[in-house]
Design a protein. Structure first.
Length: 476
């Protein structure tokens, strides 16, 4: 890639593109300078049920799970060669109807969270608006034969025909990956579930809706404990709703949740059973001179992530990404503008409801780089040490021979280069809401509508991974 680009991110190479339905398969060979191949899968017709609604790596990064609006979960496994291939697909949730409230419950998967692995089987939690399910995904490569009381088809034999006894044996069989529901956690939320988070004690997890956060034990399905309740006695006094909740990665008694008012609260469950009083409140004061009709809307926090070290909090609102030090509540230690050029477009974004889009954010494995999504299938990466940033695009057009991602730049005024994109030409229907970063390596997963993009840094000739090198744009 030429060093004369406005933004330079060396090393990212497209590995896989997966759509909801595999209709057409195309394979392109990468030049011999790269050890990887590019696999492209195209879905000729976009079904709304195929739109990806969540993306999540497991703790080792070997598996990647996606959920869609059709209630399906697709799990990918990383092969020794480096690419991710489909490992298992199963229907997690079905559409339901609440006859008491005359409410249709969508099958859309809102969140997926992996449990830490303790045996060859894998466990994950998936949730729609009302019900959380615990799934076990396991492999089976042997089958038992030689039962005394059943025939080969599993039917009971006539006892009078049994004249001899034999010892059942295990026979090899083709590998079968089974997904089975082990627990169903239901009937605990009156409002739509927006978050689930597994505790570091590996025994409990939380589920959060608009007004309450419940604490569950993974082995108990018939009851949960309400630990946060924002519902007022009179709903006319309602001033905020919960947008997302997350457990601390190391301390099982700490959790953070954010609200539509732009605040993030840190709660300590050791203080009291009902965390109606927070231990810390992270909120940045708004300049009264810059307050507008849209101020409260764009300040609503759509995602919260603890850093892997547990020292920092990452929050995402509509226009910015902020890094908070747990020891400093009054202001963030870092603030990054994601798409500040939309300040002049807030009125039209409000009319189209795009201003209510909920973008996610994520850390890399060393907490040194931050990633989040934007419009026009763009996603942004921020290097915390150098304070440099880059805008990249996840689209089929970038998946060509020598598929190294080319940086993009959005211009408010006159374009300076052909590669620049005017803010007036952005497609707000194309948006990257869901992103995930491999916990240990430089691999990212990007969900754009019904497409899943997985990018990995290219290996250097000596076989080492090349960390992304980011260069900032010159002043406009």
């Amino acid at each position: 890639m030429s060093s004369g680009c406005l933004f330079v991110l060396r090393g990212f190479l497209c590995l896989i593109i997966k759509d909801g339905n595999l209709s057409l398969f195309l394979r392109l060979l990468v030049p011999c300078s790269s050890p990887y191949e590019i696999y492209l899968f195209f879905n000729l017709v976009c079904d709304p049920a195929d739109v990806i609604s969540t993306v999540e790596f497991n703790q080792t990064g070997e598996f990647l799970a996606t959920g869609d609006k059709g209630g399906r979960v697709v799990i990918f496994q990383r092969e020794p060669q480096g690419e991710y291939n489909v490992y298992s697909t199963f229907q997690s949730h079905e559409p339901e109807f609440d006859y008491l409230k005359s409410l249709e419950i969508e099958e859309k998967i809102n969140k997926i969270r992996w449990l830490p692995p303790h045996n060859p089987a894998h466990f994950l939690l998936s949730t729609n608006d009302k019900t959380v399910k615990l799934w076990k995904v396991s492999e089976k490569d042997k089958r038992a034969e030689g039962y005394n009381l059943r025939d080969e088809e599993g039917r009971l034999k006539d006892l009078s025909t049994i004249t001899t006894l034999q010892v059942p044996v295990l026979r090899p069989m083709d590998l079968l990956v089974e997904a089975s529901p082990r627990r169903v956690f239901a009937n605990a939320h009156a409002y739509h579930i927006n978050s689930i988070s597994v505790n570091s004690d590996c025994e409990t997890y939380l589920s959060a809706d608009d007004l309450r956060i419940n604490l569950w034990h993974l082995n108990i399905t018939d009851r949960s404990f309400n630990i946060v309740d924002l519902k007022p006695e009179n709903m006319e006094d309602l001033s905020e709703v919960i947008t997302v909740a997350e457990f601390h990665p190391h301390h099982c008694h700490l959790l953070a949740f954010s609200s539509s008012t732009g605040t993030t609260r840190l709660c300590d469950m050791r203080a009291r059973a009902l965390c109606d009083q927070h231990a810390k409140l992270f909120e940045e004061a708004v300049d009264p001179s810059r307050r507008s009709f849209f101020s409260e809307i764009v300040s609503s926090v759509s995602d919260v992530k603890f850093s892997h070290s547990g020292r920092y909090l990452l929050t995402r609102d509509y226009l910015t990404v902020k890094v908070w030090d747990l020891n400093m509540e009054n202001k963030p230690v870092e603030t990054y503008q994601v798409h500040d050029y939309l300040q002049t477009k807030l009125c039209s974004l409000y009319e189209s409801d795009c201003i209510f889009d909920k973008f996610e954010c994520t850390w890399n494995g060393t907490d040194s780089v931050i990633m989040t999504g934007a419009y026009n299938n763009y996603f942004r990466m921020f290097d915390r040490a150098s304070l440099r940033d880059v805008t990249l695009e996840a689209s089929r057009e970038v998946c060509k021979r020598r598929a190294v991602l080319q940086p993009r730049r959005v211009c408010v005024g006159k374009k300076r280069k052909e590669t620049d994109v005017s803010v007036d030409s952005l497609d707000f229907r194309k948006k990257i809401l869901h992103t995930a970063w491999h916990p240990k390596e430089n691999i990212i997963a990007i969900a754009a509508s019904n497409n899943l993009y997985i990018f990995q840094d290219r290996l250097t000739p000596n076989g080492h991974h090349n960390m992304p090198e980011i260069q900032s744009a010159p002043p406009k």
